[in-house]
Design a protein around this ligand. Structure first.
Ligand code: DGY
Length: 325
């Protein structure tokens, strides 16, 4: 008998094709998440779940699903899943790293450039018919080349962003709980510095940490106050890493110059004051959203799910302790 799998929300067709032949598939082919109660009902009796970051697999949900063997997240982040609760129950949790690294770094750099050079503001200005003539000070922004790029979190995406910074001849500072390997530091010309130094010395600060208790609210009023008045903050990690009301305050007070945000504390809600600010570039959590990358993420999640249900160690296992013994 094939294992029963729920795909909680629309994914790319090649992943559905992969799952169809190998599982007894229940596909919720919709762009809208199911309400929590409906999701739970539909998961009952399933061995596998291919879910997305909008689906909450908390301890309560996990304990109500005795048949579940794998939660395969179509995302590199997995803060929507209570991994400890899953591990206790012997449920494999998987994610989709690597395939989205460069695409996400591209987008972090896109936000950086758009905020620095006021691209969205310029586009709005022109479309509104406000362009009367060339002016010496029209929409002047900040230089990117030779500026200091501060990266908080030097994992895969942080490194990929540093590589882009290098191409723009930027000085790259970084902080992390763990120092990068010497060859990486050499190749990317990285300077490992305390978090406070990143905050104080960077022209652009980009966040690349997972959402953990220790990183929730990592950037709050105190950290924003340490940044240069000309600094631009970029966040493509997770919204709750930044205290959004504190960010709005800091921007309104001119404590920092701008921001480029792809993620928000209470998605899809956005702190209303940010919506009014011309010096903030906003995007709806799309940093990994190229067709090629999203297709790969879906297929990877499908493969992780099928491997786990076959009793194999899935290629992208998060709770590795399940297979360590
Ligand atoms: C992730 O993968 O965690 C992103 O936030 C969505 O690509």
């Amino acid at each position: 008998m094939k294992p029963a799998v729920l795909v909680t929300k629309r994914i790319y067709p090649s992943a559905i094709d992969y799952l169809s032949g190998r599982t007894d598939l229940d596909y919720h082919e919709s762009d809208h998440s199911m309400p929590a109660g409906e999701l739970l009902e539909r998961l009952r009796g399933k061995q596998g779940a291919v879910g997305q970051l909008t689906d909450k697999f908390d301890a309560e949900v996990i304990s109500a699903l005795p048949d579940l063997k794998v939660i395969s997240n179509v995302a590199v982040g997995f803060d929507n899943i209570d991994v400890a609760a899953a591990t206790e129950r012997g449920i494999a949790v998987t994610n989709t790293p690597e395939v989205l690294t460069d695409t996400t770094a591209d987008f972090a750099f896109t936000l950086l450039m758009a905020a620095a050079r006021r691209l969205v503001e310029a586009d709005n200005f022109l479309r509104a018919g406000k362009w009367s003539q060339w002016r010496i000070n029209l929409l002047c922004g900040a230089d990117i080349h030779h500026a200091t790029l501060g990266i908080v979190g030097m994992g895969r995406i942080g490194q990929s962003l540093a590589r882009r910074g290098l191409g723009f001849e930027m000085r790259v500072l970084y902080s992390d709980v763990q120092r990068a390997a010497p060859d990486i530091e050499r190749e990317l010309r990285l300077q490992y510095v305390p978090f406070e130094t990143v905050l104080k010395e960077s022209d652009f600060i980009s966040l690349h940490v997972p959402l953990l208790p220790a990183t929730r609210g990592l950037i709050g009023a105190a950290q924003l106050a340490m940044m240069k008045n000309s600094a631009i903050l970029i966040n493509t990690s997770r919204g709750p890493v930044v205290d959004e009301p504190a960010l709005a305050e800091a921007l309104a007070a001119g404590e920092i110059a701008g921001a480029g945000l792809d993620v928000f504390e209470r998605e899809p809600e956005v702190e209303p004051r940010l919506l009014e600010m011309q010096n903030v570039v906003l995007a709806p959590h799309i940093a990994s959203a190229s067709v090629a990358t999203r297709t790969k993420m879906c297929l990877m999640a499908a493969e992780n799910c099928v491997a786990a249900l076959a009793g194999e160690r899935p290629p992208n296992l998060v709770n590795t302790s399940l297979f360590d013994n």
